[in-house]
Design a protein around this ligand. Structure first.
Ligand SMILES: [Zn+2]
Length: 246
């Protein structure tokens, strides 16, 4: 079995609004988190720097990779100015059809009321200004329930469509709902992506890398833990204590 790739913490956000009871509370929490990263000397990686680290196994000290899934409008309105203030960058995994205004709700179990999504205007405004883009499929289906044809269309089709509009390589992919069916990592590799992210901790290859989901919290303590080296061992202990695999 392939050795699990080692990499710095990869943070996963969705909308800023979900970090608090209100958008203002979420914005406040996000700002405190970014301020912590900047003050503690963390450096956020670009996709190219992350991929280079995967290739060489060498990483800058105190590195972190900040990712956002789905492409919500509050990334542009709230997160981007905060990232710029603290000199940090982020990678946003876009749902192609959402940018075209073609999605009003996700088909999966989460988000009964969906926050507004980014449009191409905001994406192109942020491109090259500390924001990088990956693919999160064409239409955000549950890939674990999709047949091979849909899987390929969603994975390869979104790469092509995003690259055409962005005019640059889209090298990274993230799985909607965190779930990668057995055939997906190979389909991602065949489509020409160079790495992919899920949320399963035991990722065996670079096409199913683990991300740490940032959840709402009343204090900064869980976030500080989430970016620290202690996170994975503690998470493992917690899971084993519940009789689960770590
Ligand atoms: Zn998603």
């Amino acid at each position: 079995m392939a050795k699990r790739p080692k990499h710095p913490p990869v943070l996963l956000y969705h909308s800023i609004a979900e970090l608090g009871e209100t958008l203002e509370a979420g914005a406040c929490a996000f700002r405190a988190q970014m301020e912590h990263l900047a003050r503690a000397g963390y450096r956020s990686l670009t996709p190219n720097e992350f991929l280079q680290g995967l290739d060489t196994g060498e990483w800058p000290r105190r590195a972190v990779f900040i990712t956002f899934d789905d492409g919500y409008l509050d990334f542009h309105d709230v997160a981007w100015p905060v990232l710029r203030e603290f000199g940090l960058n982020a990678t946003v995994f876009l749902v192609h059809d959402g940018l075209e205004g073609g999605i009003q709700a996700w088909t999966g179990p989460t988000y009964p009321v969906m926050p507004p999504l980014l449009s191409w205007a905001e994406v192109l405004e942020m491109q090259g200004k500390g924001v990088y883009f990956g693919s999160h499929t064409l239409s955000h289906p549950e890939l674990t329930k999709a047949g091979m044809e849909v899987l390929t269309a969603e994975i390869a089709g979104s790469k092509r469509a995003l690259e055409e509009r962005l005019g640059e390589e889209v090298a990274l992919f993230s799985y909607p709902y965190g779930g990668a069916p057995p055939a997906a990592p190979q389909a991602v590799q065949d489509a020409g992506y160079r790495a992919a992210f899920g949320v399963a901790p035991a990722a065996p290859t670079r096409f199913e890398l683990f991300r740490r989901i940032v959840k709402p919290a009343r204090t900064l303590v869980p976030f500080r833990l989430r970016v620290s080296r202690a996170y994975e061992p503690l998470r493992c202990i917690l899971h084993v204590s519940r009789g689960e695999k770590c």
